[in-house]
Design a protein around this ligand. Structure first.
Ligand SMILES: Cc1ncc(COP(=O)(O)O)c(C=O)c1O
Length: 500
């Protein structure tokens, strides 16, 4: 592999030894070498990198190899790209402990992406600080002394009662406090169900010595064990890579189900006995699970002794109609319903809930341990007050209006400036998928980076073994930019889209 000195002082400020070695081809080797140069401080923050052509010539690689490597490192946040000022080492890429080495008269530094259109987070400026504080005060005043002892891993009863009422009303969930386990969000729920290491999760059943807990609210156990979680898990062909990785790390094999406009093709379920779905709003492609398929997957679970994991990540945010109720309401003994406040309030709170069939409760509690180790009791009590006082409803209503208007503005901007680009999926959630002409996704993502945008292509979400067609698209999160910057973010997005 090439091993080259790039030594044009006026171009990059210092001699730089880039060693293109290791696995994965020249692009991967160049990415590694540049990352290492930034990490070690040999490329200081703000340093302008050579143009593609000169670095390509110096290293004896193709110009596109350099362009792709730069684009990748921009996307990762190591470099920044601005039209007119080239590609530079990002400000925040400064290695730890090297501040003293940066000269006082360092050149003006380029910033990271100007607009964050990655899916995922709500509008952080809309966190209801005042209402949350009111609930916190009230919760603290009302909390009995025992609340400050070691926490119950099931979660505070006040919160489980509040969620029982709220989820029945808002999501059609049928449960009781004894079947709810509070957790720190969806990712934590997966860890609890499948275990961070083989054998630790609920699928493995209660740990030796954990014993059954007494749960006065719970009814009789209709069926023992949670074997369905021990085999392969069917998942949708598009989903969050982070969740797939988490499952793989727990030793779970995921089997992709094809998707169409009616959601996951549940009729293709094979030998698996567990399936993970996003029925309200397929993540990220955006369709709801068709009513016939909702019924079919319940029939499948009943016939196979299987279980459905329902990820209700943004179920309250539907803009064209009243939200469709949770699949859990069709058969509470066949569905593990999982929700969190990550989309509705903030992912920083780390608060979520699992609504469990009776036979899973002991295993999940055993996986959690004897004491609450994740979700702060004060946060739980605050959320309970926030829900019971009506503040949660008010906040969700307000955010529904805001996100709906953002989605409308996105659709209007595309209709005006890129009518050939279709917004797919239902009017719901905090993101939309823009369907692009075949073969144009990679270049559109690069163009978006050049426009100062952070966003992902659809390919980022595809299961590596998915067998269905791979449509080109951009996943645009419209919730994150602050209100004042949203118009500019849309302008930049339209400028990045491929021509008709
Ligand atoms: C598909 C999906 N499921 C679940 C979640 C919620 O994850 P968590 O509750 O771990 O923050 C997210 C992100 O907010 C998501 O994108």
């Amino acid at each position: 592999m090439a091993d080259s000195w790039v030594n044009s002082a006026e171009r990059i400020g210092a001699d730089l030894h880039l060693e293109l070695s290791g696995p994965g081809g020249r692009r991967a080797a160049l990415i590694r070498a540049l990352r290492e140069a930034v990490r070690s401080g040999r490329l200081a923050p703000g340093t302008r990198l050579p143009p593609y052509r000169s670095l390509a010539a110096d290293l004896g690689v193709a110009r596109n190899t350099v362009a792709d490597a730069y684009a990748e490192l921009v996307a990762e946040g190591w470099l920044t790209a601005r039209q007119g000022s080239g590609t530079r080492v990002a400000e925040r890429a400064e290695p730890l402990g090297t501040h003293a080495r940066v000269p006082k008269e360092a050149p003006p530094r380029a910033r990271g992406p100007r607009h964050d259109l990655r899916q995922g987070t709500p509008d952080a400026s809309s966190f209801p600080r005042a209402a949350w504080l009111t609930s916190y005060r009230r919760a603290l005043q009302k909390a009995p002394n025992e609340a400050f002892g070691p926490g119950d891993p099931a979660g505070r009863i006040e919160l489980r009662e509040a969620l029982t009422e709220y989820l029945a009303r808002a999501r059609g969930v049928r449960t009781e406090p004894g079947r709810i386990v509070i957790c720190s969000g969806f990712a934590h729920a997966l860890r609890l169900l499948f275990g961070a290491a083989a054998g630790a999760g609920a699928g493995a059943g209660p740990r030796p010595g954990a014993g059954p807990r007494s749960r006065p609210e719970a009814g009789p156990r209709p069926e023992a064990g949670a074997e369905a979680l021990r085999g392969p898990l069917a998942v949708e062909s598009y989903g969050l890579a982070f969740h797939r990785e988490l499952l793989t790390a727990a030793g779970v094999r995921t089997v992709p189900l094809p998707l169409d406009e009616d959601g996951a093709q549940v009729e293709d379920l094979g030998k698996e006995r567990a399936v993970l779905l996003t029925p309200a709003h397929q993540f990220p492609t955006g369709g709801p699970l068709h009513p016939a398929r909702r019924a079919a997957v319940i029939d499948w679970a009943r016939a196979r002794g299987g279980v459905i994991l329902e990820d209700d990540y943004d179920g309250q945010f539907r803009y064209d109609r009243k939200p469709v109720g949770a699949v859990q309401g069709l058969d509470p003994e066949r569905v593990i319903h999982i929700g969190s406040v990550s989309k509705s309030l903030s992912p920083a709170l780390r608060l979520g809930w699992m609504i469990l069939p009776e036979r899973y409760v002991d295993g999940v509690l055993a996986a959690k341990g004897e004491r609450e180790a994740w979700a702060s009791v004060l946060d739980q009590l605050t959320l309970a007050d926030f829900v019971v006082s009506g503040s949660y409803d008010r906040h969700v209503r307000r955010m529904r209006q805001r996100y709906r208007s953002r989605r409308d503005r996105l659709v209007a901007a595309l209709a005006a400036h890129a009518p050939h680009v279709e917004v797919t999926g239902i009017a719901a959630g905090l993101h939309a998928v823009l369907r692009l002409p075949p073969g144009s996704e990679r270049s559109a993502v690069k163009a978006a980076i050049w426009q100062g945008l952070a966003l992902d292509g659809l390919a980022e979400f595809r299961h590596p073994e998915a067998a269905m067609a791979a449509p080109d698209g951009l996943v645009v999160g419209y919730a994150t930019p602050p209100e004042h910057a949203y118009g500019a973010a849309l302008d930049a997005l339209c400028a990045a889209l491929p021509p008709a």
